[in-house]
Design a protein around this ligand. Structure first.
Ligand code: KIV
Ligand code: ZN
Length: 520
């Protein structure tokens, strides 16, 4: 059996750091909805908020921690006793509470924000971890801006926090400044210097918390895990301050997909990833970019014909993750101008059509024409294409081309070319508008005059480039029949519908072949 390696704890801060994204504030009810989804996702720790922010935040965390029982519920405090007291109040109904205290340690923050010397900061950190420890067994300490803190001073603060009772030390790259090899090396050195972090048997958890200012939050977190960190702080969809936090779904899927390299695992319920992403996006109003790894709309979409052919033959040719594992229905084969015949035929089969090779060839050519005019070709378009194809196959006449022009005063002139038994026939006619003129030209060629009794046109797909479907009821030779045709051009759709109706009339009134032969 494959050894799973070390367990990596997933500390989700969507409801604290994520909620700090501009415009992302959640109501208590929305916070609860996210927390319940995070529980289904099986995160180990939920950072539910910063109670000192407002009385409403305290109430929201209280409410949430009464309902969400499985994960550890954590709340944040500055190194201020009052902040820690707010955490006590907010977490008082929590089964497994954690108090998270932080203090900035980098030179920049010491000099410009806190204006305090190093020794005093070590003392403040130690005193407040000890204060939190009086009320909580589980205390996390974060030296804010650790990635820009001098290494010797960082060790000093971390040591003091552990001695004061911290059970988790979190190393934040607060401003997303670190480079993966550098951040990995920092974690390696911390593991080497602090025996409590021993990855084989950790007495104190070593956590990382990376921001994405240079787009490296996930890479830095992964480098840290590789070098001995056993907790990763992250958010769903990577939301958070400025460019965001490390994305939960990316970290979890890296650990899962590259278990061979990472040698560790998480307890995340992968099948809940998509739902979690959608819930957070819906509730925060932060849209997920289409090409976002794992949860973007295009993450499992294939448009190129070569890729579609590969995926349909064997999914793993172009997909390293089975979309079903993260709660998606399957890969998304997007039909567009780059798509190939294999994907086209496959989709027709899924839609229930069994066409001959020749019919598929013809329908595929029609599909390519449409794909050149539209960005995406939807199933409704395909139904229309097949309807046209089936009509064409059953028809005597089919449309090759047309030209229609409207003149001043409303009369129009149209020239239509139809094909029958491998030969083209053209005719021109005038009429009240381009559709009427085209239908008159069709009548000249087919030598069958008809009267349109009903005519309607409707869009069958969305957007400016929508497909239109025309429906006509035609009376000719004592019969009344209906015809349908579709195209992105409504005149073309109308001619096809009219021609379809005419063909049906001609077929119904044609003499049986046997009789024709006997007359010869
Ligand atoms: O980015 C940061 O440094 C933080 C700390 C409070 C952990 O969010
Ligand atoms: Zn942060």
């Amino acid at each position: 059996m494959k050894v799973k390696g070390r367990k990596i704890y997933i500390f989700d801060t969507t409801l604290r750091d994520g909620e700090q994204s501009p415009g992302c504030s959640l109501t208590p009810v929305e916070k609860l909805e996210v927390a319940e989804q995070l529980e289904r996702l099986n995160v180990d720790i939920i950072e539910a908020g910063f109670p000192a922010a407002s009385p409403g935040e305290v109430e929201a965390i209280k409410k949430l921690s009464r309902r969400v029982k499985k994960p550890v519920i954590c709340a944040l405090a500055r190194c201020i006793r009052k902040d820690i007291d707010f955490v006590r109040e907010a977490l008082k109904y929590t089964k497994r509470p954690r108090c998270h205290v932080f203090l900035a340690t980098s030179k920049i923050h010491r000099e410009f924000k806190l204006r305090k010397p190093k020794e005093e900061l070590v003392q403040i950190a130690s005193e407040h971890v000890a204060y939190a420890k009086k009320y909580f067994f589980d205390v996390e300490f974060s030296p804010e801006d650790a990635a820009r803190t001098e290494y010797d001073f960082l060790i000093q603060v971390v040591r003091a926090a552990i001695d004061a009772g911290a059970t988790t030390i979190n190393i934040p790259d607060t401003v997303g400044y670190a480079i993966p090899s550098e951040f990995g090396e920092l974690i390696r050195q911390l593991v080497e210097s602090i025996p409590e972090f021993n990855p084989e048997n950790p007495k104190v958890n070593l956590s990382v918390h990376c921001h994405n200012d240079l787009g490296l939050a996930v890479a830095n977190s992964v480098a840290a895990v590789k070098n001995g960190a056993n907790q990763v702080e992250c958010t769903v969809n990577g939301i958070g301050e400025r460019a965001g936090n490390a994305s939960m779904e990316e970290i979890v899927m890296i650990i899962d997909t590259r278990a061979d390299f990472m040698d560790c695992y998480t307890d995340i319920n992968l099948a809940e990833i998509t739902k979690s992403s959608q819930a957070v996006s819906r509730l925060t109003g932060m849209l997920v970019q289409a090409n976002k790894a794992i949860v973007g709309k295009n993450a499992f979409a294939h448009e190129s014909g070569i890729h579609q052919d590969g995926v349909l033959k064997k999914r793993i040719t172009y997909e390293i993750i089975d979309p079903a594992r993260i709660g998606l229905k399957g890969s998304n084969i997007v039909l567009g101008k780059h798509s190939g015949r294999h994907a086209f035929r496959e989709r027709l089969t899924k839609l229930g059509y069994q066409l001959s090779d020749a019919q598929v060839d013809h329908a595929f050519a029609h599909f390519k024409q449409i794909a050149d005019q539209k960005k995406d070709v939807y199933d409704e378009d395909l139904h229309a294409i097949v309807a046209d194809e089936l009509a064409r196959a059953a028809q005597m006449w089919h449309l090759v081309s047309f030209e229609a022009a409207v003149h001043a005063g409303g009369t129009a002139k149209a020239t239509v070319t139809l094909r029958k038994s491998g030969k083209n026939f053209s005719a021109s006619a005038t009429g009240d508008g381009p559709v009427d003129a085209s239908c008159r030209a069709v009548e000249k060629i087919t030598k069958c005059e008809g009267r349109i009794r009903k005519f309607s046109i409707q869009a069958i797909t969305a957007g400016k480039d929508a497909m239109g479907e025309a429906t006509v009821t035609v009376r000719a030779k004592g019969l009344e029949v209906t015809g349908r045709g579709s195209s992105t051009d409504i005149i073309e759709a109308s001619i096809k519908a009219y021609l379809y109706a005419m063909n049906r009339i001609l077929a119904m009134t044609a003499k049986p072949r046997r009789q024709q032969l006997s007359q010869v």
